[in-house]
Design a binder for this molecule. Structure first.
Ligand SMILES: Nc1ncnc2c1ncn2[C@@H]1O[C@H](COP(=O)(O)OP(=O)(O)OP(=O)(O)O)[C@@H](O)[C@H]1O
Ligand SMILES: [Mg+2]
Length: 479
């Protein structure tokens, strides 16, 4: 990369030498021979890196550093985060031989590195390249962060129910209370969790999401709490967990309903005491993290079934928000569709494209079992498949909803009477056995542990066809 580098030194020879060397390395040097000019240039310019002499007339190098990094004496004492942030240049201190303790002081104030004068050209090159690769890394992280933010920072919610939930989210954001986000898959739980973080005083600190359904128990434990060196085979060094990475920020415990019970107890302790132990650790670690949990599971039912701790539920659900499914917020579909198309144009296709009125109507009539994520997929596919500049209904390929949505399944099964649900369940068991055995009734009856004749009787009783749907009727032992 070609970097813009400011050199601040009152020694003209050093200034000239460094300027030539940096230009020779292919970078853009700018010079200042006193602290005041240096500070002004830093404030005005977009430098990647500053080489800053400590001994300067007027404003000293340390004072310049202090103002640039905004680090006060008290910060040093409390050892607050003074790592370089994006937007301010990295600073390399130039210090005379024998003033090492001042260089240390400068490092404590947030300088990236130091060079003791006189230094060789090779030493300069090594230190510069190290700084430049750090800058490149920062940029990469920022591009990636921006990409994630672009996916999650846009929050559409004019629908009355959604707007009401967002109002509560905004009220809860400034405090540290735990928020539980409920809603079907793809309804925007992560989007809302990130918004709560953005609206909170923690917004400049990390937002870390952990998917509790993605990992088996031990890996998830390690992911959350980290481990000490030697705590298990392969633990060759100490690794912090995600909770430590989210320090001072917000942690989203996604799919919390799938967290194994032993980890639920450990999490409860973190929420109660704000302390935890790394795997294999003996020292408690104090933590300052705001927790948000999300799930599409029915946690009350999970409590009844013994798969979710009731005490954890009440700890998490200090404020509980339920995001409405997309089919209940069709008034949001025009804005959501427009946003999703805008987001995809330029990435998926390189030409403008609009949504026709009939296509919008079709979107508003569909039932959206996969909610906004499904809407996103449908529109992305339509953008790819439509050759022109307008998405028509034919490009949407909206089938009749093949699956009932998660709440439909739940609410449909909830009010069922005992005999009704047993009947439905036994039909399902028989049909699945038939399907698994290629509609061969002899094999299905063996698998079910039933007499072949009894299965035939059940099929008649329950009016199950026993033949493969739309098959040619060639099943060899069909009745
Ligand atoms: N209110 C919104 N405004 C704009 N885009 C949204 C909104 N809600 C969700 N989206 C988009 O819909 C997609 C799914 O959202 P998100 O990942 O937050 O859903 P989720 O509820 O966490 O889903 P899951 O339960 O499957 O984890 C994302 O691409 C997101 O950008
Ligand atoms: Mg999610």
């Amino acid at each position: 990369m070609r970097a813009k580098i400011l050199i601040v030194d009152d020694d003209r020879d050093i200034l000239l030498g460094l300027e030539n060397r940096i230009a020779w390395m292919g970078h853009e040097p700018v010079t200042a021979d006193n602290g005041k000019d240096g500070l002004r240039l830093i404030e005005q310019g977009d430098f990647d890196l500053v080489l800053l002499d400590l001994e300067l007339p007027g404003l000293s190098g340390l004072e310049v550093l202090e103002r640039v990094r905004g680090a006060s004496h008290s910060d040093r004492q409390t050892n607050r985060d003074i790592s370089p942030s994006f937007g301010t240049p990295l600073i390399i201190i130039l210090t005379a031989f024998g003033t090492i303790e001042r260089a240390v002081q400068a490092m404590q104030l947030g300088a990236f590195n130091f060079l003791t004068k006189p230094f060789s050209a090779d030493h300069l090159t090594v230190v510069l390249n190290k700084a430049l690769s750090t800058i490149a890394l920062h940029r990469q992280v920022n591009v990636l962060r921006q990409e994630i933010d672009d996916r999650h920072d846009h929050l559409i919610g004019v629908n009355a129910e959604m707007a009401a939930q967002l109002t509560i989210a905004k009220q809860a954001a400034p405090s540290n209370v735990t928020v539980l986000l409920l809603g079907e898959t793809g309804t925007g739980k992560e989007v809302v969790a990130r918004a709560i973080h953005r609206w909170s005083p923690r917004h400049s600190k990390p937002f870390v999401a952990v998917n509790c359904a993605a990992l088996p128990e031990q890996l998830l434990e390690n992911e959350l709490f980290g481990h000490e060196k030697g705590s298990f085979t392969g633990a060759v060094k100490r690794e912090p967990g995600k909770i430590e990475m989210a320090e001072d920020g917000t942690m989203l415990l996604d799919e919390i309903g799938d967290m194994p019970l032993p980890l639920q107890s450990r999490l409860l302790r973190v929420l109660q005491d704000q302390t935890f132990y790394r795997v294999g650790g003996t020292q408690p670690i104090h933590t300052n993290v705001r927790f948000i949990a999300a799930t599409n599971k029915n946690l009350r039912r999970a409590i009844q079934q013994g798969t979710f701790r009731e005490d954890l539920y009440y700890r998490l659900a200090v404020i509980s928000l339920t995001l409405p499914p997309l089919r209940e917020r069709i008034d949001d579909i025009p804005a959501l569709a427009q946003h999703l198309i805008d987001r995809a144009v330029g990435i998926v296709i390189q030409r403008p494209c609009t949504l026709s009125d009939p296509a919008l109507q079709a979107l508003q009539q569909y039932r959206w079992p996969g909610n906004i994520r499904e809407l996103d997929n449908v529109l992305t596919r339509a953008l790819i498949l439509c050759a022109g500049d307008s998405i028509e209904p034919a490009h949407l390929y909206l089938a009749d909803s093949p699956f009932p949505s998660s709440t439909e399944t739940e609410t449909a099964s909830e009010p069922r009477l005992y005999h009704e649900s047993m009947e439905a369940h036994s039909r399902k068991v028989i049909e699945e056995a038939l399907r698994r055995n290629g509609w061969n009734q002899t094999r299905a009856s063996e698998e079910l542990g039933l007499q072949r004749t009894y299965l035939t009787k059940l099929l008649r009783q329950k009016d199950i066809s026993g033949k493969q749907p739309s098959s040619t009727g060639s099943e060899e032992d069909a009745p």
